[in-house]
Design a protein around this ligand. Structure first.
Ligand code: LLP
Length: 406
């Protein structure tokens, strides 16, 4: 079978733009966004796309066109949102280490809310808002101490994680926020982890956060919104991913008649399966007891297998001429950890084009220049049209900020 993105064959795209190449499908982005809107329609949520999953300006612009807000974790991501025409008024700012400069930038831009993760951050934000003669809208990120049952590196809602304010300190933190003159309390948020395959931890976190919101209301602290953090997991292999309608129904039931708006911050599930990474086979190498398919994409283009032992499906773009064999699919980077797949059945020979699936999220956004490899190009496909939304980095661009000083 010849694999395609919408109406364009991957072979044609690779010939036109070269490899490695990230290819995104616009209709898949649209469908993923619509799935959240439809499932949660009764709650009329503000969906804030988590820019960290893929910060390409064209993807941000598309989500802005669809009515999305944005979840950012740095001034750089805010700059991306604004450059792409996203609305600051629909942007929320998460993250444990916001700098003073980032706070000032976001306040001046007029973002919807700061998701504050600690008491010192609260004090700093109050000081900066005071200096700017304004009041900063805040939500406190509460750590609900729920096990998200995902990979430890992407689990964030446990006591042991660096994220959020501990549940037992939450009421005191809200009381302090209420005392600070340059803050305006607007909400509460949590985020328990990513690539969530089970619904119950998400629902348990929602329950705990709502119970806290009730205790705060009893103390006279009325919130406008509850933000349940990131989205559900996606299928990389054969995962039984949560049903969005079931999630929405559970949240609706829990919120009940409380006058609380809902915010969601999905990243992976909006873009992950809308993107693939194209890579060409350079060599097939047979060592004494192992086969290696050496391709032109590497851990600097897709770090997930090396970092989280993540599984990505890899398929030939055209019906293969070679017979299948078992091999590690590896890149040119000089690290044993530089692999895209381990012990995989694959039919490939030098020159073949391979499609690495599920590379829309946390692939290009986590890419780097290790081994002085240039950042790959990105293409957005809509129907029979392909647009180059990031051109391949040149050697000159890669070297531009450096000087060979004596
Ligand atoms: N909100 C906050 C505060 C987050 O920290 C994250 C992800 C999200 C939303 C989006 O979560 P999602 O809907 O994508 O699950 N690099 C890792 C994933 C790191 C996720 C970090 N936080 C990976 O490649 O699996």
């Amino acid at each position: 079978m010849t694999l395609r993105c919408e109406n364009l064959s991957y072979t044609e795209l690779a010939e036109r733009y070269g490899t490695p190449l990230y290819v995104y499908s616009q209709s898949a982005l649209d469908e993923a966004f619509a799935a959240y809107q439809t499932a949660f329609a009764a709650l009329n949520p503000l969906i804030c796309y988590a820019v960290k999953a893929n910060g390409n300006l064209s993807l941000i612009r598309r989500f802005a066109e669809l009515g999305s807000g944005f979840d950012i974790v740095s001034g750089g991501e805010l700059a991306r949102v604004l450059a792409a025409g996203g609305s600051a008024a629909k942007t929320i700012f998460s993250g444990v280490g916001k700098s003073a400069a980032e706070m000032e930038y976001a306040l001046k831009a007029g973002i919807k809310c700061f998701n504050v993760e600690s008491l010192p951050e609260l004090e700093r934000l109050n000081g900066i808002a005071g200096r700017l003669n304004t009041r900063a809208p805040v939500s406190l990120r509460i750590n609900p101490d729920v096990d998200a049952q995902t990979h430890p590196y992407i689990s964030t809602g446990l006591k042991a994680n660096k994220f959020g304010i501990a549940m037992r300190d939450a009421e005191a933190a809200y009381a302090r926020a209420a005392e600070l003159p340059h803050l305006r309390i607007v909400g509460i948020d949590c985020h328990i982890g990513s690539q969530l395959i089970r619904l119950d931890p998400l629902i348990e976190a929602c329950e705990r956060i709502l119970a806290l919101a009730d205790r705060l209301a009893a103390q006279g602290i009325e919130l406008q919104h509850i933000d349940l953090g990131g989205g559900v997991g996606i299928v990389y292999r054969d995962e039984d991913t949560p049903d969005l309608s079931a999630y929405a129904a559970a949240v609706q039931k829990l919120i009940g008649s409380r006058p609380l708006g809902l915010i969601l911050e999905p990243g992976r599930s909006l873009v992950g399966n809308a993107g693939d990474l194209l890579t060409r086979v350079e060599y097939v190498k047979r060592n004494e007891d192992k086969n290696f398919v050496i391709v032109d994409a590497a851990m600097n283009d897709l770090m997930r297998p090396a970092l989280y032992q993540a599984y990505h499906r890899i398929e030939p773009a055209e019906p293969p001429a070679a017979a299948p064999f078992t091999a590690d699919i590896v890149g040119p980077v000089c690290e044993t950890g530089d692999f895209l797949a381990k012990d995989r059945r694959i039919a490939a020979q030098a020159g073949d084009l391979l499609v690495v699936r599920g590379a829309g999220a946390y692939a290009a956004s986590m890419a780097g220049n290790y081994n002085a490899r240039r950042r790959a190009a990105e293409v957005l496909v809509s129907g029979s049209q392909a647009r180059l939304v990031r051109r391949r980095e040149t050697v000159e661009e890669m070297l531009a900020n450096e000087q060979a000083c004596l």
